[in-house]
Design a protein around this ligand. Structure first.
Ligand code: UDP
Ligand code: MG
Length: 325
C-alpha cells in the first residue's frame, strides 16, 4: 500500500547514501531536519541504505515514524557509494536534488544557500566546494590531491577543485544522469562534463560526526580506476608508448649484439638476452592488463546487469520487517 502522505513532486529531494551509518544517523537527522523545515519548501529526504550490516535501516524506519518526509530506500546489497547514489537519484522526485553524505562532513546548512543560488541565478548545478579539509587525515588529503590533479587533466579545467558529492542539481540534470548507460558512473566527474550552467558554494569540511570512514583503500582504488576509465583511454595509449620504448631498447640491444658479433667479440650474451626477454614480457603483461580493464568494462556494459536492486522503498510500501540482514 502506498502511504497517502507521499509527495509526488516536492521542491527538494535530499539524497543520502548510507552504509553502516547507525552511529551517525541520529546526528544527521537531528541536524538536517531543522534546516529543511526552515527552508519553507516541500521536501523529501531519500535515505538510501546501501546494504548496511548494522541497524541503520531499523533506526531510519524508527526515525521516520515522526518524520514522514524521511523516505527509506533499501538496496539488496552493498553496491558502493556511487551506485547507491545512482539509486537515490532514480528514486528522487524533487525539482531540485541535493546529494549529501550521512556523516555530516558536508554541512546541511549549506543546502539553503545552494537552493537560493540555483533559483536566483537560474543555475542547474551548484557544487559544494571544500575550502578547507584540514579535518581529513593527511593520507586522505594527499590521495585526494593527486586524484583531483589527475582528474582535472583528464576531464578538463572546468572540473572544480575539491568538489565531491555534495551538490545540488536540477531535475533536468538528474534526468540526464539517470538516462546515461554508464555502469560505473563517477558523478563528481560526469556532472561537470555535461556543461550545465553551474555555480559554487564553499564550505569547510567537518570531521565525521560518528563511526568510521566507509571508504577503505580498496574502495578508494576502485573509485580511481572507475574515474580514469570513465574519462579516458589514455592508459591504453600508455600501453602503446611502453611498447614503443621497449621496442627501441630491444632494437639497441640487437644492434649492439650484431656489432659485437661483427667485431668478433663473442660475448656470452646471457645478460642482454635475459634483460630483453624480461623487459618485453613485462611490457606485454602491462598492456594485456590495461586491455583487460577496458574489455572487462565493455563486457559488463553489454551484460547490462542492474547496478543495484531496491529491496523496498517506503514511498511504495512500508516494509514488513525492520530486521537488519
Ligand atoms: N557509503 C555508501 N556505500 C559504501 C561506502 C560509503 O553508501 O559502500 C556512503 C557513506 O555512508 C557516506 C558516504 O557514502 O554517507 C561517504 O562515505 P564516507 O563518509 O565514509 O567517506 P569519506 O568521507 O571517508 O571519504
Ligand atoms: Mg565522510
Amino acid at each position: 500500500m502506498r502511504p497517502d502522505f507521499v509527495l509526488d513532486s516536492p521542491t527538494l529531494s535530499v539524497v543520502t547514501p548510507m552504509y553502516n551509518e547507525r552511529e551517525a544517523v541520529d546526528h544527521f537527522v537531528a541536524r538536517l531536519r531543522p534546516v529543511l523545515d526552515g527552508l519553507g519548501v516541500t521536501y523529501e529526504v531519500v535515505a538510501v541504505d546501501d546494504g548496511s550490516r548494522d541497524a541503520t535501516v531499523a533506526r531510519l524506519l524508527e526515525l521516520r515514524q515522526d518524520w514522514p518526509a524521511l523516505r527509506v530506500v533499501k538496496l539488496r546489497r552493498n553496491v558502493g557509494h556511487q551506485s547507491a547514489l545512482a539509486a537515490g537519484l532514480r528514486s528522487a522526485k524533487g525539482d531540485y536534488i541535493v546529494s549529501i553524505d550521512a556523516d555530516l562532513q558536508d554541512p546541511p546548512e549549506a543546502i539553503g544557500e545552494m537552493l537560493e543560488k540555483a533559483r536566483t541565478e537560474d543555475l542547474d548545478v551548484v557544487y559544494g566546494v571544500r575550502s578547507d579539509r584540514s579535518t581529513d587525515t593527511v593520507f586522505k588529503r594527499n590521495t585526494a590531491g593527486v586524484y583531483y590533479w589527475l582528474m582535472r587533466r583528464l576531464v578538463g579545467p572546468h572540473l572544480s577543485d575539491q568538489a565531491g558529492d555534495f551538490r545540488l542539481m536540477s531535475r533536468v540534470v538528474v534526468d540526464t544522469l539517470n538516462d546515461l548507460p554508464e555502469q560505473q558512473p563517477v558523478y563528481r566527474l560526469i556532472v561537470p562534463s555535461l556543461g550545465f550552467a553551474s555555480g559554487e558554494v564553499t564550505y569547510v569540511r567537518a570531521e565525521r560526526v560518528a563511526g568510521e570512514t566507509k571508504y577503505p583503500l580498496t574502495k578508494m582504488i576502485k573509485l580511481s580506476v572507475d574515474s580514469v576509465t570513465n574519462f579516458s583511454a589514455a592508459p591504453l595509449r600508455v600501453a602503446t608508448w611502453l611498447g614503443v620504448v621497449a621496442f627501441m631498447v630491444c632494437l639497441g640491444l640487437i644492434v649492439s649484439g650484431v656489432a659485437a658479433w661483427g667485431f668478433g667479440v663473442t660475448v656470452p650474451g646471457w645478460t642482454s638476452l635475459y634483460i630483453a626477454v624480461l623487459l618485453l614480457g613485462a611490457v606485454q603483461l602491462i598492456c594485456l592488463g590495461l586491455l583487460g580493464e577496458y574489455v572487462g568494462r565493455i563486457y559488463a556494459a553489454t551484460q547490462n546487469r542492474p547496478r543495484f536492486l531496491v529491496a523496498f522503498d517506503t514511498d511504495e510500501q512500508e516494509p514488513m520487517t525492520t530486521k537488519p540482514e
